[in-house]
Every structure is written in C-alpha cells, then in structure tokens.
Design a protein around this ligand. Structure first.
Ligand code: SAH
Length: 347
C-alpha cells in the first residue's frame, strides 16, 4: 500500500496522474489529508471512483488514542497513540501564553541509551514515517480542540537517527496548503549526532536546534550519554559553532540537572568556557525521576543558573508542565508496556 500522507503535493500529483487524474487533484487530496480526515470518503470533492481507487491502493490509518492524561494543574495533555501496527508512541500538548505547543515522537523507542531517559530503556523498535509524525500534530490538535502553533521534536526517539523522514515531515507540516507551521515555530532536539547536525546546517532551515548537552566534560558525558563516545564534547561544540555560522540561528543547550553528577559550579564554569564565542543559551531542566534510573533530581538549579549567568551565559530554568501526569518523554509508554507485560505474565 502507498503511504500517501508521507508524500509531497508534487508526489501525490504524479501518482494521481498515473491514475489518469488531472493535475489539480494533487493539491485537493493533499489539503484533505492535512485537514486530518479519517477516511477517503470524507474527500467529498473527489469522484466516487477516485475515492475507491485510493482506498484500494493507499494507506489512511490515523492513530487511535490508547491513553490520554489531562493535567489538573495546567491543562497539559499527554497522548499515548496506538499506530496501525500496534506500536505505541507519545505526544504532549502544552499550553503556553504564546500558543499551544505539541511535543512529538520521531521513533518507536530509541537506541541512544542515555542513562537517565525512559524512552531508551527497551531500545528502538522502528523509525516513524513522516505521516506518523504529522498525525501526532493533526490529531492532537483535533482531539484537544486546540490550535497548535508550535512543534517540538523532543518526544520519544532521536530525530537525527531518522533524519530523512524528519526532514520530509518538516516539509509537509510547513507547507502553506497543509498546517503551514513556520520553521521558526519548530524546535528539533538531538543528543549530539554530529553528521545530522552538519546535514541540517547545510540546509539552513530557520528552526531552532536544541542540543542535549547534560555535561560539558567527556568523562561525565560519556557515562550518561553513550553517543558521546562516538562524538565527543569538543567535536560537539565545534559542530554547533559551524551550525551557527551556517544558519545564523542561536542554539539551545538542554541540561537536565542531576544530583551529584553534573550540577557542581565547576561544571557551570566549564560550560561557560566551552560555549564562549557562540550565542548559545542553556536551558536547565529539572530531572524527571525515572523509576529505572539511579539518578535523582538536583537541588542546585538556581545556584547553577546564577553561576552560568556570572560568566555571561544566558540560562533559563524550564517550567515543568504536567508533573501530575507522567508528562515527560517515554514514561507513559513504559508504564503501558509494563502493564501489558504484567497482564501476560499473570495469564
Ligand atoms: N533524542 C533527542 C530528543 C528526545 S529527548 C535528544 O536527546 O535531544 C528530549 C529531551 O529530554 C532531551 O534533552 C533529553 O536528554 C531529555 N530527557 C530525557 N530524559 C529526561 C529526564 N529523565 N529528565 C529530564 N530530561 C530528560
């Protein structure tokens, strides 16, 4: 079956042309898909015979809501979506003053192995298609009845490990005949896969690149982030520098504060030293407690922030949303998988 929703207008037009349809049908079908229709029958301006032909040849398999948790504190909504093949992924809708942001997953699981992260515990199952990334935005918006204005690729998975599909997704979601979400309203987060950063830099997209730093020295970073053994801290900063030169876009460094691991003043001093000459910004994240992990949240966040600022480095503390609903990445999927496992064990 053809994955129609992962295709550009031009590709859809070409396909429909091969069915003997006129060129303008491509845009019609694309527009319907990006409105979030659930069946070809909803495409009311197409002939019945074309709708039948599309049903026979193309996929249209919206995800279903497997679980949904709404925060009583701030209206954050966490979705566990079940995909057509039974795999589950998460998205989170966050409501900010500047608009609604949806955090989406890029893979089923993750193979990066960060020691503090719930998404990677059971490894990677598969990459998501462009359509499966788009569907998270479309159906979160539809289900929540809240217009999405910003997207962050910070859910389950490593976007740079699925970059072809991620780039295609960006092209789709950015398209004026689709959701038309501007690149400046999109952030992509990576643990530091350097070939991906280089490739993205060449494209010069105006999105925001977030880099998960979490430690400024190789000993600590390699311990908590295996990717550092392949691409070390200095190579990472060099790649970030290059990225800034090429795109003119300031990089956001994510830094989850872990008790006794990366939260000393010396670490802040080293970050300041290495970030020098690059307009970067450090986003301090209160560590989410993951059951499987030995790491605990640090109590030194504001001291660390002050230390960074004393060196002239801008640092913000991420406001935690959805603290009452397992809203951090990978936790809901883990929980559902464990419960399914327990169910099987007890049978
Ligand atoms: N793979 C990408 C994007 C997904 S993770 C990346 O690594 O950037 C999104 C962010 O959440 C990353 O900065 C990641 O390091 C961070 N994160 C993972 N587990 C966390 C936890 N337990 N507490 C706080 N942040 C965490």
């Amino acid at each position: 079956m053809i994955d129609l929703k992962s295709m550009s207008i031009e590709e859809i037009t070409e396909l429909l042309r091969s069915f003997g349809e006129p060129a303008f049908r491509g845009k019609q079908v694309f527009t319907w898909l990006h409105k979030g229709v659930r069946s070809f029958d909803e495409m009311s301006n197409l002939s019945k015979s074309l709708r039948e032909k599309l049903k026979e040849t193309c996929l249209l398999t919206p995800p279903t809501v497997a679980r949904k948790q709404v925060s009583g504190q701030d209206g954050t909504i966490k979705y566990l979506w079940e995909l057509a093949d039974g795999n589950c992924i998460e998205s989170v809708l966050m409501r900010y003053h500047h608009g609604n942001t949806v955090c989406i997953s890029s893979q089923v699981g993750c193979r990066m192995g960060c020691a503090f992260c719930a998404s990677t515990v059971a490894g990677k199952v598969r990459d998501l298609t462009p359509a499966e990334m788009l569907d998270q935005v479309l159906f979160t918006q539809q289900d929540a009845g809240a217009e999405v204005s910003n997207i962050v690729l910070m859910g389950i998975g490593e976007p740079m490990d699925n970059l072809d599909n991620v780039l295609k997704f960006l092209e789709l979601v950015n398209h004026p005949d689709g959701m038309n979400i501007g690149m400046r309203h999109i952030s992509l987060s990576t643990c530091g896969v350097l070939p991906g950063i280089a490739r993205l830099g060449e494209l010069g997209l105006q999105l925001t690149l977030s880099v998960s730093l979490h430690a400024p020295d190789n000993a600590t970073r390699s311990r908590i982030m295996p990717v550092n053994r392949a691409y070390d801290v200095d190579a990472l900063f060099a790649a970030c520098h290059d990225y800034f030169q090429k795109t003119g876009r300031r990089i956001s460094f994510e830094y989850a504060m872990i008790d006794g691991v990366n939260d000393t003043d010396e670490k802040a001093d080293l970050i300041a030293k290495k970030i020098k000459g690059m307009p970067g910004h450090v986003n301090l994240i209160p560590l989410n407690d993951v059951v499987e992990s030995p790491f605990k949240p640090s109590h030194r966040i504001s001291a660390f922030q002050k230390r960074l600022e004393s060196h002239g480095v801008t640092a913000t503390v991420r406001r935690s949303l959805g603290g009452d609903i397992d809203a951090s990445c990978g936790q809901l999927r883990r929980k559902a998988m464990e419960e399914a496992q327990k169910g099987e064990d007890s049978q």
